[in-house]
Design a protein around this ligand. Sequence first.
Ligand code: CMP
Length: 138
Amino acid sequence: MLTLAIIKPDAIQAGNAGKILAFLEGQGFKLRAARLVRLTQTQAETFYAVHRERPFFRSLVTFMTSGRGLVLALERDDAVSYLREIIGATDPAEATPGTVRKLYAQSKERNAIHAADSPENAAREVAFFFPEGELAGL
Ligand code: CMP
């Protein structure tokens, strides 16, 4: 199955994108599609619409539009739940040692990586960034 990840602008800026991608590949994920994207404000607001009422929403949109992120469509058995497991908790202070966020996140907001949290959201998020044709051929 497929899931969607975004290596966020903080990790790109810090030069950690390659290390994070290598870690994900080492965990058995196959790269099906990838693109460096600087989200527009509207795209960030739409992508994170579920968080619209949260106090951190405006700051999150500002952060996610501050630079480019590396958007990834990743394939593996049990992709959604396994990716969530190995990226670690939202807050790096609470993340398990060895997880992506423990290793690379700067804060609860600047937390290096996003991953879809359910199969339904994974399908929605993959379609948000990648047309069908871009996923074919692997
Ligand atoms: P992500 O997995 O992309 O989903 C929503 C994002 O909002 C989350 O990672 C963080 O970047 C951010 N976020 C979640 N909770 C907080 C919080 N309490 N304070 C600041 N940012 C948050």
